[in-house]
Design a protein. Structure first.
Length: 211
């Protein structure tokens, strides 16, 4: 359980390492994130910190009341992070990139993947499709037979089928931090992060790798 930062995926670009090799990277604008609420085991039965991100000009009444209670300004995004010691944070504190991340570390980035709508098995699961030869009539991208024989005489659960693709919460683990920009609140990570450009992402320290 560790705190992270809420940010916006700016997009992908490339940088060159010390050997001159091109590396694809994702640029994320993370924070600054104000602390909107601190939850304690005595009052809330668990330890957590609520962080906000972005400015919200016209919040609805529930959102406005929640932030007025804490004395913080309403934000566009509000996420909660479970932590072990909530006494380290106070309402109104600003969490910045340089407070959590440094070059060379590894992070986990979570976001909502791009929605692709209803997709067939070729696009959704990478099926090869049927033969493009004589006798294959209008079934080139269809899945083919899905059932079993007399035993068990049914379609087993988990069969890969056409359906809604994307639009799900995904986490990409162990992305290396190439560089950080404290002045502009930017963090550059190696590889791709989930979601579209402009979408909200959450950046945490890697759960399975530290260096």
């Amino acid at each position: 359980m560790s705190i992270g930062l809420i940010g916006t995926k700016i997009g992908m670009t490339r940088v060159f390492d010390e050997t001159g090799i091109s590396v694809g990277v994702t640029v994320i604008q993370a924070g600054p994130c104000p602390v909107a609420q601190v939850k304690t085991p005595e009052r809330d039965s668990y330890s957590a910190v609520q962080l906000g991100y972005g400015s919200r000009k016209r919040p609805n009444r529930p959102t406005r009341g929640h932030f007025e209670k804490s004395g913080a300004e309403p934000t566009r995004a509000l996420r909660e992070f479970r932590i072990d010691d909530p006494s380290e944070y106070a309402v109104g504190d600003l969490i910045r990139v340089e407070d959590l991340f440094a070059s060379g570390e590894y992070v986990d980035v979570s976001g909502v993947s791009k929605g692709r709508g209803f997709a067939g098995v070729v696009k959704r699961w990478g099926f090869a499709g049927q033969k493009a030869s004589h006798g294959a009539e209008k079934n080139h991208r269809r899945p083919g037979s899905i059932g079993c024989s007399a035993t068990p005489s049914r379609v087993v659960k988990g069969r890969k089928m056409p359906g809604r693709m994307g639009g799900e919460r995904k986490t990409v683990q162990n992305l290396k931090v190439i560089q950080t920009d404290a002045e502009n609140n930017l963090i550059v990570v190696k590889g791709a992060a989930p979601g579209p450009n402009g979408g909200f992402v959450i950046v945490r320290k890697a759960a399975k790798r530290s260096s």
